[in-house]
Ligand binder design. Sequence first.
Ligand code: NOJ
Ligand code: CA
Length: 670
Amino acid sequence: MILRILTLLTLVAAPAAASAAECAQSPGKVIELCVSVAQGEARYAVRRNGKELLAPARLGLDFKGEPAARFTALTVAGRRVIDTSWQQPWGEQRVIRDHHTELGVTLTGDTPLNRAVRVVFRLFDDGFGFRYVYDAIPAGQAVEVAGERTEFRPGGAWQAWWYQALGADRDEYLYTQTDARRITLAETPLTMKGADGVHLSFHEAALVDFPSMLLQADGAGTLKAWLMPLPDDVAVRKTGPFATPWRTVLIGDSAAALADSRLTLNLNEPNKLGDVSWFKPGKYVGVWWEMHLNKTSWGSGAYHGATTANVRRYIDFAAKYGFDGVLVEGWNKGWDGDWIANGDKFSFTQAYPDFDLPALAAYGKARGVKLIGHNETGGAVPNYEAQLADALKLYAGAGVSVIKTGYVRPSGTLVDTTGGQHWFADQYLVRHHLHVVEQAAKRRIAINTHEPVKDTGLRRTYPNWVSREGARGQEFNAWGNPTNPPEHVTILPFTRMLAGPMDYTPGIFDLVQGKTELMRRVQSTLATQLALYVVLYSPIHMAADLPENYEARLDAFQFIRDVPTDWEVSRTLAGEIGDYAVVARQPRGGQDWFLGAVTDENPRKLVQPLDFLAPGKRYEAQIYRDAPDADFRHNPVGLEIERRVVTRADRLELALRPGGGAAIRFKRLD
Ligand code: NOJ
Ligand code: CA
């Protein structure tokens, strides 16, 4: 079907005269933003439905080698309204509407680099974004950014879900909920809820060749942009002219509204790769969980996991149950000894002798299963970049179409060619990750980054950047101390997931693994493990457990076999951050629906209307739900499977047990 694209463009001539303030409204007049210059500062303020939401807050960048600029005037550089729709090659939603008002202003400053700064604001009914465009800096002129002045000033009382940024483990922390005034330095997306139920999420879009932006709070309600610096303390090195990433704020009346916003994608550039139909969303299994459980090892020797025989076993399993890929970790030389300290010893082309890549590629090909590559770099970026071209050539020849990359090394100690020590998401790492993605695209290979720079919607521009980790994933449930508490998966949909897809690797069936201590186990019920395939979006999802654990529960496994990873429409039906989440998605090109619901440590009864189903149609609801006595503490595998005919007029009662959930396939009958 050919997509009808409707574009409405209204250009209003820019007034020539400088003014003190300019305002613009979102298309539905929900949000109004005013930008002004006074007392040497440029500021913006936001009202929502006529009420002040964000108090006047500063704008701008400061440069090394010149004093902080005083802004003295403001002129309008352009206004327009855009209403267009575009299509994702794969995604949580096929068609995305981009409806916004754009206001461009030029700030006049009293320093050479800040003498003419264009600020482009885009106002949507569900939030806004703005970026700085330094197009008056002459082509080729090198500049150093010392810091960013951008502030966000939500007035009033807010609860925030956050963790302290700059930790050694990057973004792999549990969230805490506090009064927003207790924030110190937070990673984004930073989600907050106001006393009146308004929800905000601060983040950025299109993070390219710039450092990741953190938010530093002053204890009195102001959040200030804080750019992860390079080793010599310069925040950013650019050459003129340049534009910054978009600074964004999602605004909604509920947590669900944040999750269903497509603002971040809309602020990214369109697909630069052209036809990417060579990437197919899908599901995979792999030689992975067994290493995290210490049953086998990444390194060579008697316990080596990535042996030809073991990988064959996974390929057979994948072929039998309809999986697209088999991830193999520990196949390449370099894992023996302290691989985190010695990441520069990894080879990305040489396999251990007991792993026969050509034979396995052929074995998989004959069975319709692809190998998924794994490149753990140990954060040794130069070593990886030096081998990247050869590695990609080798993998492309073996039919590999997805590579999982990894950067396990304490943030702040990632080393470049000169020995400089980097944060995991400074400008150097931001450039590196995109370089890998661009090189991989040339070989028609998709990238799934672990220990990544946070997602900022770049999958729109580079649709081979398909998924990332960037939060505490399932691996913590193997060895974390503590493991992820039940509420973790009720926070992720409204925090980390606002950034983009996550490779959480759901689907653990052996939840206890003989462990007695609750805090060392997978703290969820079996129904929750199924629900996560719907609740957490990713175009590639792993069935992370061991084949034998699935074969022991083929009844529950059926849901994982049935659930797709590419969607026509996604709707977050309900949710409270840290309490519960209910998500429904319709498969792309399909007529069924899938629903996932998860709760925290508290049992919960939710009455869910089924009004998302098509009118006049009957569906078989295949319901995978917690047994009445299921509980993540003492009966995590208690599961009931029920089939029932429903229509959109029905309401389903979801009785979620502690740490529990529900996973439902609505199979259309007529
Ligand atoms: C951390 C990744 O998140 C995990 O999935 C992987 O198995 C290990 N690094 C080893 O690369
Ligand atoms: Ca990790």
